[in-house]
Design a protein around this ligand. Structure first.
Ligand SMILES: Cc1cc2nc3c(=O)[nH]c(=O)nc-3n(C[C@H](O)[C@H](O)[C@H](O)COP(=O)(O)OP(=O)(O)OC[C@H]3O[C@@H](n4cnc5c(N)ncnc54)[C@H](O)[C@@H]3O)c2cc1C
Length: 677
């Protein structure tokens, strides 16, 4: 990393750093991409991402099975990934081929994946992949993946700049080069190029330059995680807002933005509640505004046994599954919880201190009874069953400050994970912005229904692939087919040498793009600090601005999406984006939040544009979301007509929906997915 001459915008001097590879974010994906010598990490908060939020459930890692006597292969694993729908075949194959390298890399740096005496991973089958390809870590170990990667990065002396909020990507944006001449024709676009990013250094916000800092680089690894900030309630850690909007702003193409996953989350600690917590069969009840309590699930099932078996089976699914709900399966539990909270205005709880009314383990469904019997967990209260199912439960809960002996656990349906994100190629480079490498959750490679642990594998494979691509390109080798893991260090040193030359050549273009980004940032800050036009909103506050897009996402971008009104929601989202200049802040301390709200507003418009396009293509209900329409199919007699759903148009699984923001306008197109090579 070197310090360059500051950039002057009027009287304001903005410090400029440059490096070979700028890694933005410090989650598991970003850290896995830090192999080149001249790499710098700049992150909002070192342990702020979803990677560090240890959930209540065991953490899966999906990889090729080496201990399958029947013989697993990368092609078979790619077929499983492909089967989830809306996944490119070559990406699925690359993820499968790279999974062992990534798995053993993590094991070699100390991640305690369980292995048997002979060294075979204890692979298990899961809901979407019955082959034994999934290794589980105990819940308390989930943070270890991140900790081990961080120690490895630190041991290699890679500089980490903390408290850096990326507020803009410095880039030449792609342009539309040819307009479509007919309705069904697609336009042509030029490619963009990223040169670095503009940050706010939170420790320097009181300086004359408001803490602005420019970091230029040959390549930008973008590991900013999922868009937790789009939702008022989610399983993302509170400070994990994500930053996909910055990439959308420079025109980076997005894939599958409709595919957000939803599920049951504990309200106090934002923990995803699945697995053993459902299989312990707690008593579900809701509480009204007057404090009255109701076991709302009971009248919705044929019998208490049917109710309890369904709650048990809900434990097999990490998330709400539209297909399962359409078949009358256990995902209906999520719908009933949602209805209770949203339509009936009641809070929902899982009570582990009492059995549900009518509890009779002798007549439980075969599957639930068999499993609980094997663990000697049929008797007692739900908390007793939970302790048998999850021996470490007390330790986990104490860490999260939850006491199930004292009080019930409040829950809600919340956003868990974004399978969609930025569209990238098989080297994890953006399909239309050269030098931008989205890795981890911000990369939209995960399709509709990835098996458990597949996204973590993709984050590791993607990080390693991006690092390899960057190293080979910088060393002048544009066909990195021959680079092996062992060569990487050598190639990476070459990257550092060639970095300065590349910068010199592109200097004029880079300075132009940097100047535009800095001028725009200063204009935004000065406007928001006011005095200026009278704010049009209630109080002109940032909170009101955020509340508006949170509400729109909850109404139109959540688990239930009304077909009617989807286009209108997208239109209103764009109106909100254009009203940003009216937002005022009460001091410099709010500058990072100001820029965050700005990019999230654009991101919410992109997500809603995708949903509107999907509804217009009659995509129906799939993944983790239902499209409701009065002409649809009834899911359950207790759910009235507003809950009628449109069934999935399965032919769309063979397409990836691409959304682009070019010249101030969104456009969505469907791209046929590539087959498995
Ligand atoms: C062991 C384990 C198993 C998992 N298994 C599954 C699974 O089976 N299925 C599943 O769906 N998910 C799973 N996950 C979910 C997983 O939590 C996320 O998908 C993954 O951790 C995201 O990692 P990431 O590196 O992409 O982002 P994150 O960990 O969220 O990190 C994002 C980083 O970007 C930084 N950042 C954000 N915005 C900015 C900005 N503007 N400027 C600077 N920095 C910024 C944040 O501070 C943070 O450091 C698992 C996670 C773990 C750790």
């Amino acid at each position: 990393m070197e310090k360059l001459k500051p950039l002057k915008i009027g009287e304001t001097e903005i410090p400029v750093l440059r490096c070979g590879v700028l890694v933005i974010g410090s989650g598991v994906a970003a850290l896995s991409a830090c192999t080149a010598a001249d790499t710098v990490i700049a992150t909002e908060e070192l342990d702020g991402g979803a990677s560090c939020a240890a959930g209540l459930d065991r953490q899966p890692y999906h990889h090729l099975s080496v201990a399958d006597k029947e013989g697993d292969s990368a092609w078979k694993m790619a077929e499983t990934l492909w089967a989830g729908g809306a996944v490119h075949g070559d990406l699925a194959l690359v993820e499968a081929l790279g999974s062992l390298e990534a798995f053993y890399h993590l094991a070699s740096i100390g991640v305690p994946f369980p292995l048997d005496e002979l060294g075979a991973p204890f692979g298990e089958g899961t809901e979407l992949d019955p082959r034994q390809r999934t290794s589980f870590l105990e819940p308390r170990d989930s943070r270890l993946v991140w900790e081990r990667l961080l120690s490895d990065v630190r041991a290699r002396g890679i500089p980490i700049l903390e408290g850096r909020h990326a507020i803009a990507l410095v880039a030449d944006k792609p342009r539309m080069t040819e307009k479509p001449s007919a309705l069904n024709q697609k336009p042509s676009y030029s490619r963009g190029r990223v040169y670095g990013a503009l940050f706010i250094d939170e420790k320097a916000m009181e300086q004359a330059n408001f803490g602005l800092e420019l970091i230029l680089a040959d390549a930008v690894v973008y590991g900013t995680g999922g868009p937790g900030g789009l939702y008022g309630a989610s399983a993302y850690p509170e400070n994990q807002a994500g930053a996909i909007g910055l990439a959308i702003e420079i025109g980076a193409a997005c894939a599958n933005l409709t595919e957000t996953q939803f599920g049951l989350v504990s309200v106090p600690s934002s923990c995803h509640i699945a697995g053993s917590y459902q299989q312990a069969i707690p008593r579900y009840f809701s509480r009204g505004p007057d404090g009255d309590e109701e076991e709302f699930l009971t009248p919705l099932f044929e019998s208490p046994q049917a109710r309890d078996s369904s709650v048990f089976r809900r434990g097999y699914h990490g998330r709400f599954d539209a297909r399962n709900a359409l078949e009358g399966g256990s995902s209906l539990v999520d719908l009933f919880v949602h209805r209770e909270r949203v339509l009936r205005g009641r809070r929902v709880f899982m009570d582990f201190r009492h059995n549900p009314s009518g509890w009779n383990p002798a007549v439980l469904g075969e599957e639930a009874r068999g499993q609980l019997e094997r663990l000697d967990a049929l008797g007692g209260m739900p908390i007793d069953r939970l302790r048998k199912l999850e021996p470490l439960v007390d330790e986990q809960l104490a860490r999260l400050g939850i006491d199930l002996e004292r009080e019930p656990l409040e829950i809600a349906v919340c956003a868990l994970h974004s399978n969609g994100g930025l569209a990238a190629d098989t080297w994890w480079e953006s399909v239309n912005i050269e030098g931008l490498f989205p890795v981890g959750e911000v990369n939209g490679s995960h399709g509709i229904c990835p098996p458990a642990g597949a996204t973590l594998n993709a984050s590791q494979v993607g990080g390693l692939r991006a690092a390899r691509r960057i190293a080979c390109r910088s060393a002048g080798n544009h066909a990195p087919k021959t680079a092996q893991a062992g060569d990487l260090q050598k190639v990476a040193q070459g990257a550092a040498l060639s970095a300065a030359q590349t910068a010199a050549q592109a200097a004029a273009q880079v300075v132009d793009a940097a100047q535009v980004a800095c001028e725009e940032a200063l204009r935004i800050i000065l406007t928001a600090l006011g005095p200026g036009e009278k704010p049009a909103r209630d109080d002109g506050s940032l909170q009101a601005f955020q509340a508006e897009f949170h509400a729109r996402m909850a109404n139109s971008g959540g688990m239930i999406r009304a077909a009617e009104g989807a286009r209108e929601a997208a239109r209103r989202a764009m109106q909100q984006v254009s009203s940003f200049h009216l937002v005022r802040i009460g001091g410099r301390v709010h500058i990072p939040a100001l820029f965050q709200a700005r990019q999230l507003a654009l991101a919410h418009a992109a997500y809603l544009e995708a949903i509107a396009g999907f509804v217009e293509a009659k995509g129906g209900s799939r993944g983790s979301a239902l499209t409701v329409d009065m002409d649809g199919k009834s899911l359950h007699p207790a759910l009235d007509d507003v809950w009628k759903v449109i069934e999935e148009k399965t032919s769309l699984r063979d397409f990836i929906q691409i959304v682009r923001f070019t010249d101030g306008v969104f456009r969505s197109d469907w791209e046929q997915r590539r087959p498995i090579p």
